[in-house]
Design a protein around this ligand. Sequence first.
Ligand code: DX5
Ligand code: ZN
Length: 215
Amino acid sequence: MIKLSPSLLAADFSNLKGDIGAAEKAGAQYLHLDVMDGIFVPNISFGVPVIKALRKCTDMVFDTHLMITDPIRYIDAFASCGSDIITFHYEACEDRNAVIDKIHSLGLRAGMSIKPGTAPEVLDGYFDKLDLILIMSVEPGFGGQKFMPSCLPKLEYCAKKIAALSHPCDLEVDGGINLSNVGEVISAGCDTVVAGSSVFGAPDISDAVRSFLQK
Ligand code: DX5
Ligand code: ZN
């Protein structure tokens, strides 16, 4: 069974507790938390105080996706507010090993993400150290965009590399995923699916979560 990581960005911000509760009760394992700084991406979302407050509402795994420049500056903050996994962008910093080591030093799982224009080969040399690889299937910054099939060969590439590792590593995809295209990303080797609009924007959040988990 896949792991589902509903993206909070598409939730009703006036009813976060209710929306999260519906996703959790229906079986979603992770909660995807999109943090944007207005520099790495042209949008600003939410940050530490919101995540800290939500930590009291749910036991879901907090899958924090940092779309921020120079992420090492904020690893302590996003660890202390309750993240379980912290994913940063390959394109957002120079010393990626330092960021991975920092996340691990705080006892959390470390993820690295690549944007649609970045080749998967840049991840060579990091697979051994990572607990999650996030392949973007849209340009980061906004929910509700159209899925880019160019992520599929990247997922296949990473799935092969991960199969050869001696430790567990999630292979996650993010952007434009819905019940019609999720089969394609699973066939390409993805085991962890981010879905915003197609979960929190669905007529019934619980039904949407259950339908994804049956895929
Ligand atoms: C985009 C974010 C995504 C977004 C996904 O920058 O990283 O997590 O919320 O939303 P949907 O599923 O609507 O494309
Ligand atoms: Zn995301």
